[in-house]
Structures are given as C-alpha cells and as structure tokens.
Design a binder for this molecule. Structure first.
Ligand code: NAD
Length: 429
C-alpha cells in the first residue's frame, strides 16, 4: 500500500518505518525541516532501540523516504496517517490545533479518494471534527474516509510493540476504509478490533488511564507497606500472579510520567467533565502520583537533614528505561526539586543526557555511571535502566562521602545493600 505519515516523531517514525518493513511504500512528512534533514542524511532524531538500523534498511530498499512537504506526502499516500502532537492546554484539555491544521493541509492537497487515519491520541468525537474540517477545506470535493487507529506502543520497546501488538484497534465507518486498513495490517499477525470511531478513540484514553491507575494503586499500597513493615515487591508478586490482575504495571516507584500518561489522564478527566461525569477515581490517581514524588523528596531531605549545599548524584533522567525521552520525566522533576532545595547535582543517563541538557541546566553531566558518585553526599536512582543494576557498588560506596543510596526504582535488594554497608532507602520496603 502507498502510505503517508504526517508527523515523524516517536510514533510517526516508528509507524512509518514498521509499515515499510512489512512491505508498504511509505513517505514520512514532518514540518520540522531540521528533523527531516537529519533523517534524509541518514541520522536519527530520537533514540529507540533497533530503529536506526530499520530506517536505514528501508530507505536503502526505497520503501521509506522523508519530506517536509505535506502535499508531496498526500499525493503519495492512498492512506494518510496523522501522528502529530496532542499536547495539553493549561486546564488539562487537549490542544487539537495540530490535528486541525493537518486536516486542513490534507484537505487542501487531496485530489483523489484518501483514507485519513488518526493515530494521535485524541478525545472521543475528534474523528467527526476531522471529517467536517476536511469536507469544508477540500476544494477538489473528492471522497474520503476518516479512521481512528490509536497507537499503543511503548517508547523503548516501540518496534516490538508495533510489529507484535496485543491488538490493533480500527474505528471506522465505511467498508472501503475497513478493507484498506485490513490490507495494511495483514502482515502483522494480531487480533484486529473493528469498531466505531468514538469507541476507538475512547479505548485509547480508557486504556492509558487504567494503566496509570494500576501504577498509582501499587504506589498507594507501597505507602502501606512502608508504614507496616511489609515489602511492596512481595505484595506485587503475590497480586500479579493472579491472572485477573497481572504483574505488569505493579512496580512501585516515583510515579508515572512521560509524554502520554499525565496528559492522557488529564484529558480523560476533562473529556469526562465535558460529557457530564466527574471521574473522581482518576483525580485520585493523579493525586497519588503527585504524592509519590513528594514523599520521595521528603525521604531524601529527612535523611540528609538539609539538602542545601549537599552534592547529590542522580542516575537516570529519561522518564523510563530504553528511551532518550525526558518529557514529563519524574527524574527531571526530582532533579528540579533537589536544585530548588539548594542541592548541587551530578547526573548521568545512558541515552537522555543531550535531551536533558535543554531542560536541566546548572548540573554536572557525567559520562560514566560509576563516576557519578564521586564526592557526593548521597546517590539517587531515578530511572530503571537495567545497566544501573550492574553498578560497581563497592566503588560507588568508596566514592560517596557517605554511603547513602535512595533507590526510586527498587533496583537493589535491601538486605544485600545493608550487608554492603549502605544506608539504603527504597520505595515500599
Ligand atoms: P512527537 O512530538 O515525538 O512527534 C510529533 C511530530 O509531529 C513532530 O516531529 C512534529 O514536528 C510533527 N508535526 C507537528 N505538526 C506538524 C504538521 N502540521 N505537519 C507535519 N508534522 C508536524 O510526538 P509523539 O510522541 O510521536 O506523539 C504523537 C501522538 O501519538 C500524540 O497524540 C501522542 O499522545 C500519541 N502517542 C504517543 C506515544 C508515545 O509513546 N510517544 C504512544 C502512543 C500514542
């Protein structure tokens, strides 16, 4: 199939590349000329495991190309995917101006039937608005279909998630569009849920909010564990073995962050409000999440008594492992909170340091993880990068002026850390 992707960010680039990988002919459009230039010259604007190689392979095979011209992309694609940002307004509602602009641009460039697919995360009923907008601005008055195909990939595991998804959701009105979508996804062996557009849009917000709810649930249980002497990891294992519950998303920590959960939850609360329902359960999820960071910062400050002028090492800046994405990263928030307390920070992340430099100034960026502890009063683990489990703990202990380690991701065993001579504070244990 001839496919156009508009918006070549984390979702658009993975989507376009994976579609090319399964044999489609793909043009990716982005209105950021610098990003397009990087991609056209063989570079990568983001870190995502395996993606650089897959992009190169498909560009070489002439199944994948990049352009800054929407009209070029629209002319190429029979099916056009929208993967532009849907950021939050200050009140939590979704800023749909990117989607609206792209709908107008597609309408202006269309000269034949197109299937316009929304892959961005949008509030229920956005499909209707996209339809109306295209109809209004399409001078050529050609036929088109609008489809909702929300994306569920996780950064850090994006290729695997895209090529082996639990399910593909397609919200659609016409049989013609269903056939096009089935043909596109045919090489991907996953259950396809064909439903109406409103339900497809709601599935995405409902799913992300539920996952965030699971994280807040275990974080609330972690508070009880700390108060009672229980161990949250043992509790999560015991809960998670129940097939009705499942172990995933039951890791207590610094709370959820990233470019999706916080904004999608706020959006869902707002959408509910607009539909006349006060989704208080989700408001509590948000409250628990914010409290988790407060508690961790308090733990650090209570232990150090005063954070001012203390040097603290922070391992991890990305919002989670395997990505360079620092958008709404709890690790960055933690750094900012410690800086506000007057602490001096030495920080390291395996992939996210260059992106972090744009938002986190006045800290020392350290290239090697074992060097972060040099001269620090305490070390903090803020992101669950697997390599942090391989820290040279004996060396770290020697480098620290005091062997204090705050583990916001429960990477180590408290008994072993104590045996090594650390003052070790983690979450819910
Ligand atoms: P992103 O910011 O990484 O990428 C969006 C891209 O769109 C940018 O490169 C931007 O330059 C480009 N863009 C903006 N306006 C444009 C226009 N008019 N024409 C062409 N390009 C334009 O965002 P993302 O993380 O890929 O998220 C995109 C959407 O997918 C959002 O709705 C998000 O909620 C959703 N989503 C994200 C993830 C994720 O893990 N990042 C997962 C599932 C769904």
């Amino acid at each position: 199939m001839k496919i156009c992707i508009i918006g070549t960010g984390y979702v658009g680039l993975v989507t376009g590349t994976c579609f090319a990988e399964i044999g489609h002919d793909v043009t990716c459009v982005d209105n950021d000329p610098a990003k397009v230039k990087i991609l056209q010259s063989g570079g990568m604007p983001i870190y995502e495991p395996g993606l650089a190689e897959m992009v190169r392979k498909n560009v070489d095979a002439r199944r994948l190309r990049f352009t800054a011209s929407t009209s070029e992309g629209v002319a190429h694609g029979d099916v056009i995917f929208i993967a532009v940002p849907t950021p939050p307004h200050a009140d939590g509602s979704v800023d749909l101006s990117f989607i609206e602009k792209v709908a107008r641009e597609i309408a202006g460039a269309m000269t034949a039937y197109k299937v316009v697919v929304d892959k961005s995360t949008v509030p229920v009923r956005t499909g209707d608005k996209v339809s109306e907008t295209i109809k209004r601005y399409c001078k050529a008055k050609v036929e088109f279909d609008v489809v909702s195909n929300p994306e569920f990939l996780r950064e850090g595991f994006a290729i695997e998630d895209f090529l082996k998804p639990d399910r593909v959701v397609i919200g659609v009105r016409s049989d013609r569009a269903v056939s096009a979508m089935r043909e596109i996804y045919a090489p991907i062996h996953a259950p396809i849920i064909v439903t109406d557009i409103n339900s497809a849009e709601l599935i995405k917000h409902a799913a992300n909010s539920f996952l965030a709810l699971k994280i807040s649930y275990i974080n609330a249980v972690a508070v009880l564990c700390e108060a009672s002497g229980a161990n949250v990891v043992e509790v999560a294992n015991g809960m998670g073995m129940d097939a009705r519950i499942g172990r995933r998303f039951l890791d207590a920590g610094l709370g959820y962050g990233g470019s999706c959960f916080p904004k999608d939850l706020s959006a869902f609360v707002k959408i509910s409000e607009q539909l006349g329902y006060d989704f208080r359960l989700l408001k509590e999820v948000q409250r628990i999440n914010a409290g988790q960071m407060d508690r961790f910062v308090k733990k650090i400050i209570e232990t150090l008594w005063v954070a001012k002028e203390k040097t603290i090492g922070v391992l991890g800046l990305a919002f989670k492992q395997n990505t360079d994405d620092v958008r709404q990263s709890p690790a960055i928030e933690l750094c900012q909170r410690l800086i506000a307390e007057g602490a001096i920070l030495r920080v390291h992340d395996p992939q996210a340091m260059s992106k972090a430099k744009a938002v986190l100034k006045d800290v020392t960026y350290v290239d090697e993880m074992n060097d972060v502890a040099i001269g620090c009063d305490a070390l903090v683990i803020a992101t669950e990068w697997p390599e942090f489990r391989k820290l040279d703990l004996n060396r770290v202990k020697r480098e620290l002026t005091h062997p204090i380690l705050f583990d916001g991701r429960n990477l180590f065993d408290p008994a072993e850390m104590e045996k090594l001579g650390f003052v070790y504070k983690s979450i819910g244990r």
